[in-house]
Design a protein around this ligand. Structure first.
Ligand SMILES: Cc1ncc(COP(=O)(O)O)c(C=O)c1O
Length: 909
């Protein structure tokens, strides 16, 4: 079965399941239509019904809707050939699945199907009210018979009250291994109750779900008492879905158990006594994640009549609704947004600069959701978040290691902080004119060089981008471990502007900064690691030896000090500029808290936008409750997009999606897997566990060299002007399509349609070209498919801005170079050819400014940096329309020869 194979490969079981229900409905409808017209039922139609039933059979047990009973009836009706009844039932189920009406909590379509023997119809459980409220499912892990399961379900239904904020139903599995499968498959699960008796081995056949079944789990559970099993299972389930509330139901003395249970359990209940209490606790657990304290405070505040006697005329829409000329503003935005415009810090609201109420709570809830120790909301994007962290951690003269391709905000932040900067080079992808990420060897060698120069005590911070614009993801934990082995108190800033969503999927999560920090802290605390470390105490090794092996930090000295910045607005729900800073720093209170506060004050507006803050609160709620579902769906759509492009006969003639192997050289892929996700979820998991770099599959870089159209023109003229498709980044021969949690199947289909239409235009044009046109087309293709100038490495600072040492190390003082350029008599503009000429004659040419390509927004030149031949040829080969800091009419802003002479006489001044 083709679809089955695809579902295995791409982890796209949800689409697979939905498609199977739709196909089942279609097949029964065809049968019924034939019957009504008095035609014979063709075998292929009935085969299709049985095939879809067989495809659904292993899956349905993991969802509460439509549930065992209903699916059992579907199977019975199909086997008996009761086509009319089957048609009605399947169509109802499918409608509820497609429209997701079963999740609105109005109960009409929720719950199990009852088979009424005296009625020729199947009806769903009847509602006892019609209030719409969020619906979720609770996983119960216990071996029980179908009858017991039904009884439990009925008991749970009897506890429902009209005033309950949510409604839920049960999914029952009889083994630990099936519980893990359910957690991976069913995003509706928000709570899990582990009862005492469950089997270690699968109760049902899981052969077709092998990709989701953790084979080691059943061995780990075997030979343990029921209590021990629960303790083993809880952390394993939490690894998959840490946000799911976990409860233990025990039949033995709960008072004894309570003191020993894993911290993963929110509470322990006694099996006989605790049922109703458990029900209420389950609702309260979900309510805790649902709570949005700042959004609620703002909403309440906006409904209060207030007199505004301070400087915010727009507050409560007052300056607009009475206007004769700008009333359309209300028409467009709606009144609510203005009702919520306020700068009040009291009356139920809070102050961003000194939060003590709902904002503080909102940030604490975000810390829980994102796995940090502290989280801070930022209303001016990650551009500001990065500057806050840099300033909080650095004092003038501190040394920082930073990816040269980091976003410009880091470079400005370091300049403001007065740090000395060692730029790290990412591996180049010359063929596609883009950079990859910084290899661990490069980081270690720079750290070891600083150690050799006796400067390690001044090294404070390592800054890297995870993941990069193009989707290259680091092995965050390994980078930190090896760096801490060299410099035990090194602080890390992971710019996860593009990676806020990653926390909410079990494959991505281990490669996020916060999760890697938590794992590392646990490892350093563990007696096993300490014993292992002591048994292999470091010897006196050469730099080569240290570069050649995996280094382990000293658990007695290493500190886990990790910061991550998220553009929440880029990958989760938040208004533009809504960002967060997440902190996992064991020394925060002791060493950073005050500096952080000052830095936060320095960069934060005293009039922060409350709408942005409320949207961060809501974005967190959404991620905590449906992040997994949204990310999983995004992943499935991204894979659909990749497939559709690569398997389309016309599209694949002109374009293809760059694979992991094309974007990550083999030496960084220890697993040797060239296409991790396409070849199966377990391959993806392996690659994500082992490889130095992996590719985020949700970012689809399409190679368009063969179209003869460069990336910038493709974006502007073909995608935007003609079809209104917006994309962010291009290179000379690629365009990047980013899927996000808002991507729909229809938007993917539209994109494919557009790409096919573009390819058809090119194809038609190619078929009718005259000789001259053909020659021009071939020249364009040749130009785009041949790598031109290699991507330049960081060329180095002019000696005047270098920090002196023996042996020399490459860090430079960007701030000095930046501010020196404020003296305009020391600078001049130089066209590229003149820069070339000066270099030819042996003179140094030094940039006086940042020269930044946008997108992606990293500087090719920083103040104080030497020009090189490679930089000039790279700049000449660029198709990027936006280059900040370079004026084509005037040239580059550089230091005059006289200024350099003067600096040479007074280095370090
Ligand atoms: C890696 C990286 N960091 C930070 C930023 C800045 O984020 P924001 O737009 O939230 O200010 C960007 C923006 O594109 C980015 O790509």
């Amino acid at each position: 079965m083709v679809d089955q194979a695809r579902a295995d490969a791409y982890n796209s079981w949800w689409q697979f399941r939905n498609d199977s229900w739709s196909r089942l409905e279609e097949a029964t409808a065809r049968i019924n239509s034939s019957r009504r017209r008095g035609r014979a039922i063709e075998v292929e139609m009935t085969d299709a019904v049985h095939e879809q039933c067989a495809a659904l059979a292993p899956l349905e047990q993991f969802w509460a809707f439509p549930g065992h009973a209903a699916f059992g009836i579907v199977q019975e009706l199909a086997a008996a050939g009761s086509w009319e009844r089957l048609g009605r039932l399947v169509s109802r189920i499918n409608r509820a699945l497609v429209t997701e009406s079963y999740r609105t909590g109005s109960l009409d379509d929720i719950a199990h199907v009852e088979h009424r023997a005296d009625d020729d119809d199947m009806v769903f459980g009847v509602s006892h009210d019609h209030i719409s409220r969020p619906y979720f499912e609770v996983l119960v892990v216990e071996t029980m018979s179908l009858a017991q399961e039904e009884q439990l379900r009925e008991e749970v239904h009897s506890w429902r009250r009209p005033g309950d904020p949510f409604i839920y139903d049960l999914v029952v599995v009889g083994s630990g291994i099936e519980a893990a499968v359910a957690m991976r498959l069913n995003a509706n699960i928000q709570a899990c109750v582990i009862r005492r008796r469950f089997s270690h081995a699968a109760v049902r056949d899981l052969t077709r779900l092998a990709n989701f079944a953790d084979a080691t789990l059943s061995n780990d559970l075997a030979d343990h008492s029921p209590d021990e099993r629960a303790q083993i299972l809880a952390p394993r389930l939490a690894q998959i879905r840490p946000e799911v509330d976990m409860y233990l139901m025990s039949e033995i003395a709960v008072e004894d158990v309570a003191g020993k249970v894993s911290h993963h359990f929110r509470r322990v209940f006694h099996a006989r006594e605790g049922a109703l209490e458990l029900h209420l606790t389950i609702l309260a657990g979900v309510a805790e994640r649902y709570r949005t304290p700042f959004f609620e405070a703002l909403r309440t505040y906006s409904q209060r009549p207030t007199g505004v006697f301070h400087a915010l005329p727009i507050s409560q829409g007052k300056s607009i609704v009475n206007s004769h000329w700008i009333r359309d503003m209300v028409g467009f935005y709606g009144l609510e947004i203005f009702l919520a415009e306020t700068s009040a810090t009291t009356g139920g609201l809070d102050s961003l600069l000194e939060p003590t109420g709902p904002l503080r709570e909102a940030q604490q809830l975000a810390a829980e959701a994102f796995g940090s120790r502290q989280t801070f909301f930022v209303t001016n994007g990650t551009s500001t978040a990065n500057k806050i962290v840099a300033q909080a951690l650095l004092a003038p003269g501190d040394i920082v290691l930073v990816d040269r391709n980091c976003h410009q905000s880091h470079h400005y932040g370091l300049m403001l902080a007065g740090a000395e900067v060692t730029y790290l080079d990412a591996y180049p992808l010359n063929e596609y004119a883009m950079y990859g990420a910084v290899p661990l060897q490069e980081i270690k060698s720079k750290l070891l060089a600083l150690r050799a120069a006796g400067k390690l005590d001044r090294v404070k911070l390592l800054m890297l981008t995870n993941c990069t614009f193009d989707g290259i993801v680091y092995d965050v934990g390994r980078v930190m471990e090896e760096c801490l082995a060299i410099k035990p108190d090194l602080v890390f800033l992971w710019d996860e502007a593009w990676f806020a969503f990653a926390r909410f999927h079990h494959v991505y999560r281990p490669r996020t900064a916060m999760e890697a920090a938590r794992t590392l802290a646990g490892k350093l605390r563990s007696p096993e690691y300490r014993a292992l470390y002591e048994a292999s105490l470091p010897r006196n090794e050469s730099t080569e030896a240290l570069l050649g092996r995996r280094l382990s930090p000293d658990p007695a000295r290493a500190r886990v000090r990790v910061y991550a910045t998220h553009s929440t607005h880029k990958t989760l729900t938040a208004l533009r500029q809504g960002s967060m800073i997440h902190v996992y720093d064991q020394d925060f209170a002791l060493k950073v808290a005050e500096g952080f506060h000052e830095a936060y004050m320095a960069h934060t507006s005293t009039s922060p936008n409350y709408q942005i803050l409320a949207s961060l609160d809501l974005g967190r709620r959404q991620a905590a409750l449906e992040g997994f579902e949204l990310v999983q769906r995004q992943l499935e759509y991204a894979m659909k997009l990749r497939d559709a492009i690569d398997h389309h006969p016309l599209l694949s003639k002109y374009m293809h999606c760059l694979s992991t192997a094309e974007m990550i050289p083999e030496k960084y892929r220890a697993s040797g897997i060239a296409q991790p996700l396409r070849t199966g979820l377990s391959n993806m998991v392996t690659a994500w566990e082992q490889d130095e770099f992996v590719l985020d599959p949700s970012r689809v870089t399409v190679y368009i060299g063969l179209t003869g159209v460069d990336g910038a023109t493709f974006k502007r003229e073909r995608l935007m002007d003609k079809f209104g498709i917006q994309i962010n980044k291009t290179s000379r021969n690629t365009v990047l399509f980013m899927t996000n949690i808002g991507t729909t199947r229809s938007s993917v289909a539209y994109l494919i349609e557009v790409l096919v239409s573009i390819a058809r235009d090119i194809d038609n044009h190619a078929a009718e070209m005259n000789l001259a046109e053909r020659a021009a087309f071939e020249r364009s293709v040749l130009h785009l498919t041949n790598p031109t100038a290699p991507l330049p490495d960081f060329s180095g600072f002019h000696p005047a801005f270098l920090s002196q040492s023996d042996p020399p190390t490459p860090e430079g003082d960007v701030r000095k170079a930046f501010f020196l350029a404020y003296d305009h008599t020391l600078c001049e503009y130089l066209p590229a050819d003149d820069v070339d000429e000066r270099m030819e004659s042996g003179e140094s040419v030094v940039s006086a400014t940042f020269v930044t390509l946008y997108p992606p927004g990293f500087p090719v030149l920083v103040p104080g940096q030497l020009f090189s031949k490679e930089i000039l040829s790279f700049m000449r080969s660029l198709d990027t329309p936006e280059i900040h800091g370079y004026q084509p009419a005037l040239g580059y802003r550089v230091y005059t020869a006289k200024a350099l002479e003067m600096l040479a006489q007074r280095p370090g001044s």
